[in-house]
Design a binder for this molecule. Structure first.
Ligand code: M6R
Length: 603
């Protein structure tokens, strides 16, 4: 989603720093970009629609400047054109903004009455006018920013420049992340770590409604009119994660990282026995119910988690989509554990759902990839997945790390309740050990995935079917395909087909049928036969050696048979790879699909 970078220093290289920073935020998804910088005491504003390249082409990076702000915009209010691109300037204030101002219309009308004119459709321009208006009556910028916090509803991370103070950069945030990067003789603001990672590791994380005045040598953070003591932290970040390292796309690189991610995520808990699961994790066996809340692929990981927890730990587990949960009537039991799952730790709906659960008094657990993110800070307990930085918008390695962590939680409860016996434990540990090798084997089948992608590329609709665990996987496979190859697809519970969807099956319609879950395998195979007999081209993904009947599918991808707890981590690889190969064949922008953002910080 939108990205912010800001700089104040003394080297005169502000323009270059801003453009470099924005490049590093490109992966978040955006549709226009712009920068504002002081040059000879005057604000210069340059913005362009489309890719950052369009902006770089019209900017002189050698232009001398010591202070500026930059932005990549993912359109919310008003179309993705140059006029709506950030920064916006009204009166003395130039601003970049991530988030959504919910009361901007009311404010806009009031400001029009006061004589302000607006040229864009954005909510951000309203903030510029409001700040300018407040500043006219009180020349203390910090007081004015504090007032903004009282007036604005919604979410915002703001980088602010004032015409009167060309040496001072201002920042404020609520429900949208913003950090301040610290260095000798120069300081930064950024909405996301990569923007400034090559410049400094030292940073301050702003809390909601914190605001700051930043000069090249000083950073002062305030909350509610009082200066605040802040911790300066250091990023732990592997710079190789923002390099493709020879792969054509970040997505492919990240798919190939899954064996390693599995080891990193599970090794601390799975050693010679399962003791690590109860020593290094809290005991989750005291809860009578578990609720998993997330968005997108993280919800799909949650659906697998539900199957695992219910099967292995015998605890009822509900899964909610955060954007629905937050506005539904809620029935949270007091002894219910609420698990929020998020790669970025910044997804607005998931964060809000977490706050609701906390307010209700529930224990909350965050399964998070981004260390120190908003959700990680808000949750009572945090278990970090060790996927490393994920750059491709379509999640792959972070999704599988979430699935792995949920399996560990199922096992934690099961072990602590004595529901697994010694033999099962030995088998589970053996499978965990062999999993990375099996993943590697599946990653070798590139030609097979290419061939399937070739078969389905002429079709406008693809169906993914499965039951139970396999249905949850079907949803993830279908989302991946839609997201990056722009091919319409539906995931269906195989047993539901004949209640409507089967009418769409025609000669050649691609149906990806997943059968790995023994509990329901024979039932799903009957459903596959139903689509096959209506002309479907069945791509069968399975871990079964059912050689005796080869009549119900057209192509078969074998995945190694392992314990249910880890099996989805294998099955998902062909699904990810088919989506990847199809997107490649269709010439799509695989790492940055259109209209999408990596981190969805607005609801
Ligand atoms: O950062 P999060 O895990 O909270 O993100 C949730 C979804 O936005 C995310 O999984 C999205 O569905 C992916 N782009 C799918 O590949």
């Amino acid at each position: 989603m939108c990205g912010i970078v800001g700089y104040v220093g003394n080297q005169g290289n502000c323009v270059r720093v801003l453009i470099d920073g924005l490049k590093r935020l490109e992966y978040r998804g955006y549709d226009s970009a712009g920068i504002a910088y002081f040059n000879d005491g005057k604000v210069n504003l340059v913005k362009e629609s489309g890719k950052l390249e369009n902006l770089s082409n019209v900017i002189d990076v050698e232009k001398k400047s010591n202070l500026g702000i930059g932005h990549t915009r993912w359109a919310t209010h008003g179309k993705a054109d140059k006029c709506n691109a950030h920064p916006h300037k009204i009166g003395k204030f130039t601003i970049v903004h991530n988030g959504i101002i919910e009361n901007y219309n009311v404010l806009k009308n009031k400001l029009i009455e006061k004589g302000y004119n607006f040229s864009s459709e954005t909510d951000t321009e309203v903030i510029c006018a409001l700040l300018d208006y407040l500043y006219k009556t009180d020349k203390d910028i910090l007081k004015c920013i504090r007032k903004l916090n009282e007036i604005l509803d919604g979410s915002y991370a703001l980088g602010i420049m004032c015409d009167d103070n060309p040496d001072e950069l201002y920042a404020v945030k609520k429900n949208s992340p913003l950090i301040i990067g610290i260095n000798d003789g120069e300081n930064y603001i950024a909405s996301d770590v990569p923007a400034i990672l090559d410049k400094t590791k030292k940073h301050i994380v702003l809390e909601d409604k914190d605001y700051a005045k930043i000069t090249k040598d000083t950073v002062n953070v305030y909350h509610d009119g009082k200066e605040k003591r802040v911790d300066v932290k250091s990023f732990e970040f592997d710079a190789s994660s923002i390099d493709k390292q020879g792969y054509d796309h970040f997505m492919l690189k990240e798919i190939h990282e899954q064996p390693d991610v599995f080891k990193k995520t599970t090794n601390p808990y799975l050693s010679e026995d399962l003791d690590g699961l109860i020593e290094k994790m809290p005991d989750f066996s005291k809860y009578s119910k578990i609720r998993i809340i997330a968005c997108g692929s993280a919800t799909h990981a949650g659906l697998i988690g539900k199957q695992m927890i219910e099967r292995y730990a015998n605890v009822e587990t509900l899964v909610d989509t955060a954007s629905e949960f937050r506005y539904n009537k809620q029935f949270l039991n007091d002894d219910e554990l609420v698990i929020v799952v998020s790669q970025s730790g910044e997804t607005a709906d998931t964060l809000e759902a977490l706050k609701i659960a906390k307010k209700n008094g529930n224990d909350t657990l965050g399964i998070i990839n981004e260390k120190g993110s908003s959700i990680a800070r808000e949750a009572k307990i945090v278990l970090y997945t060790e996927a490393g930085k994920e750059i491709a918008v379509a999640t792959t390695k972070a999704y599988s790390a979430q699935v792995a962590m949920l399996s560990l939680i199922a096992l934690n409860i099961s072990y602590s309740k004595n529901l697994v016996n010694k033999k099962e434990i030995a088998e589970i540990l053996k499978d965990a050990k062999s999993l990375p090798t099996h993943m590697e084997e599946l990653l070798q089948n590139e030609e097979v995935y290419k061939e399937i992608a070739n078969q389905i590329k002429e079709y406008n609709d693809v169906f993914f079917i499965g039951r139970s665990l396999d249905y949850a996987l079907a949803m993830e496979g279908s989302l991946k395909l839609k997201e990056i190859s722009y091919t319409h697809s539906e995931a269906y519970a195989a047993g539901e087909l004949k209640h409507g969807t089967i009418s769409l099956i025609e000669e050649g319609t691609p149906v990806v049928a997943i059968v790995t879950d023994d509990n329901v395998a024979s039932k799903t195979i009957s459903n596959i036969k139903e689509v096959k007999s209506r002309g479907a081209n069945v791509i069968y993904i399975t871990n079964r050696n059912d050689e005796e009947d080869q009549t119900f599918y057209d192509s078969k991808i074998m995945v190694p048979k392992v314990n249910d707890l880890f099996s989805p981590l294998l099955t998902v690889i062909p699904l990810q790879m088919i989506a990847y190969e199809l997107a490649k064949l269709k010439g799509c922008n695989i790492d940055k699909p259109k209209n999408l953002a990596k981190s969805v910080t607005v609801e």
